[in-house]
Structure formats: structure tokens, C-alpha cells
Design a protein around this ligand. Structure first.
Ligand code: PGA
Length: 274
């Protein structure tokens, strides 16, 4: 572990997708209120629940994120929600280019690039999701796919000192119960950090947090996070069980203490979470 790694404060994000309801909100809120974590935690509920959760969680350490953001600023775009609206509502981060949006809603690297810049411009932390599908892994082109997603998704991005996160989510691991092994995930995360160094410079690449997602559970969370280049987790299915998600957050928090991460040691910027 190097000194830079200590500076990357771990992060856990819950992606509720098109799930949840008042019961889940109540039990989730109840399990987090009054607890302290040495990790940044965000929940991305469906848009309709954001305001309620922001109100309930305002005195907690939990942030609210969105699962998507419009690439447009305003206008005749039915069904869209802009970065400015999310920011004004109190949202801290947004997922961009989740594989389900790429597969089912025709998002591509170009639309992701616009969304990343739009989120940055409005002070939201963009979490760019990338990852290969099973066919691509079997064809041994995982790194080519990742390279393209990164180089096109971040083309000409102006960070202007702000933060950005990358979530590596192999498509074959999402919702399947077949998580990548820690070694597999680390290999890709290391590749991502190297490519980020080429694209954005070494210092920036060292401070960007790389999250792993895809069948994360309380059983595999610790091992994944023990890898040098895995700085956090993006959790889907397991985040719908508040007790399970809390256990993951607690493990990450304990590991952060063991690794020597100091509270507040994450890079500071307008888009920092919390
Ligand atoms: P999963 O989903 O944890 O259910 O695999 C992760 C995600 O899609 O972000």
C-alpha cells in the first residue's frame, strides 16, 4: 500500500435501481441514523424518494445520489432531470453510464462524456460506470473495452480540480451472484488507474477513487476492498436489505481504520461527498 492510497477515503454507494418504497426508506434511515463511519456512504434511490430521504437523513453522514442525470440543461426533454436540479435538491453524486442504462436506454460513451462534464459543471460528483460483458471477457478484450469506455467517456473532460469516481462493474457480475474475484477486480482496477494516469495525469489518477460493483455482499466486501486499487464498492441487490448494507458499510469502515485512512482525508472539492 502506498501513501496515496491512504488519501483515498473509501466510499460505498447503494444503487436501489427501480426498487424500494416507504418501508425500505424507513428501515434504511433507522439503521443509519446516529452511526459514524470512516467511509463515505451514499444511497441512490429512485428520484421520487430523494426528497424524503434527504429530509430524513439530513443529520446523518449518509449522502443521496442519483442513478442517472440528463445530458441536457433544460428545455423540452420529457422525463429528464438535470444536474442543476439534482444539485439544488441536495444530491451529492450521480451514477453515469450504468450498464443497464447502456444496454436498455442506448447510452454510450459519448453521452456519458457529456453527462460527466455536466455533473462536474454543477458540482455533482460523477461516478462513471464501466465494465465488460461476458462475451467480451471470454474474447479476452476486457482491457480494450475498458480503455475505450475511459478514453471516450472522459475525452476532453475538464476536471478543474474537482473529483470524479470510476465504478468498475463487470456486466456478467451484476445481479448474478458471481462477483469477480478480488484478484480479477484488482487487475482491472490497476489497469484503469494506469489509463487514468495517461488520460488525466498521474497525480489525478492517484486521487480518483475506483469502486468495484457486481454481486457485492457482506461476505466478499472485505476481500475486495483489501485490494490496492479498490477504494470502494457499488452495491445493488444487497443494498435493498438495510441490515446487510449496514454490515457492508461497517466492514468497509473498519477496514478504512485498519488501513490508516483518516477522517476527512478525501480530496477536497466542491463535488466531494459529505
Ligand atoms: P448487484 O448490482 O450488486 O446487484 O450485482 C450492482 C449494480 O448494478 O450497481
Amino acid at each position: 500500500m502506498n501513501a496515496q492510497q491512504h488519501k483515498r477515503k473509501p466510499m460505498v454507494i447503494a444503487n436501489w435501481k427501480l426498487n424500494g418504497g416507504i418501508d425500505l426508506i424507513c428501515t434504511s434511515v433507522a439503521s443509519f441514523i446516529g452511526k459514524h463511519f470512516e467511509t463515505q456512504i451514499a444511497i441512490c434511490p429512485p428520484y421520487i424518494y430523494m426528497r424524503d430521504m434527504l429530509t430524513f437523513l439530513q443529520h446523518s453522514e449518509i449522502s443521496i445520489g442519483s442513478q442517472n442525470v440528463s445530458k441536457f440543461e433544460s428545455g423540452a426533454y420529457t422525463g429528464e432531470t438535470s444536474a442543476q436540479m439534482l444539485k439544488q435538491a441536495g444530491c451529492k453524486l450521480c451514477l453515469i453510464g450504468h450498464s443497464e442504462r447502456r444496454a436498455m436506454f442506448r447510452e454510450n460513451n459519448q453521452s456519458c462524456q457529456i453527462k460527466v462534464q455536466t455533473a462536474l459543471n454543477h458540482g455533482l460528483l460523477p461516478v462513471l460506470c464501466i465494465g465488460e460483458n461476458l462475451e467480451e471477457r471470454d474474447a479476452n478484450i476486457t482491457k480494450d473495452v475498458i480503455f475505450r469506455q475511459l478514453s471516450e467517456g472522459l475525452e476532453n473532460i475538464n476536471l478543474d480540480g474537482k473529483d470524479l469516481c470510476i465504478a468498475y462493474e463487470p456486466v456478467w457480475a451484476i445481479g448474478t451472484g458471481l462477483a469477480a474475484t478480488p484478484e480479477m477486480a484488482q487487475e482491472v482496477h490497476q489497469f484503469i488507474r494506469r489509463e487514468l494516469a495517461v488520460l488525466l495525469g498521474e497525480a489525478t489518477a492517484e486521487r480518483i477513487r475506483l469502486l468495484y460493483g457486481g454481486s457485492v455482499t457482506k461476505t466478499n466486501a472485505k476481500e475486495l476492498l483489501a485490494q490496492t486499487d479498490i477504494d470502494g464498492l457499488l452495491v445493488g441487490g444487497a443494498s435493498l436489505d438495510p441490515g446487510h448494507f449496514l454490515a457492508i458499510c461497517q466492514q468497509v469502515s473498519e477496514q478504512a481504520i485498519a488501513k490508516g485512512n483518516q477522517p476527512g482525508s478525501a480530496p477536497q472539492s466542491a463535488a466531494s461527498v459529505n
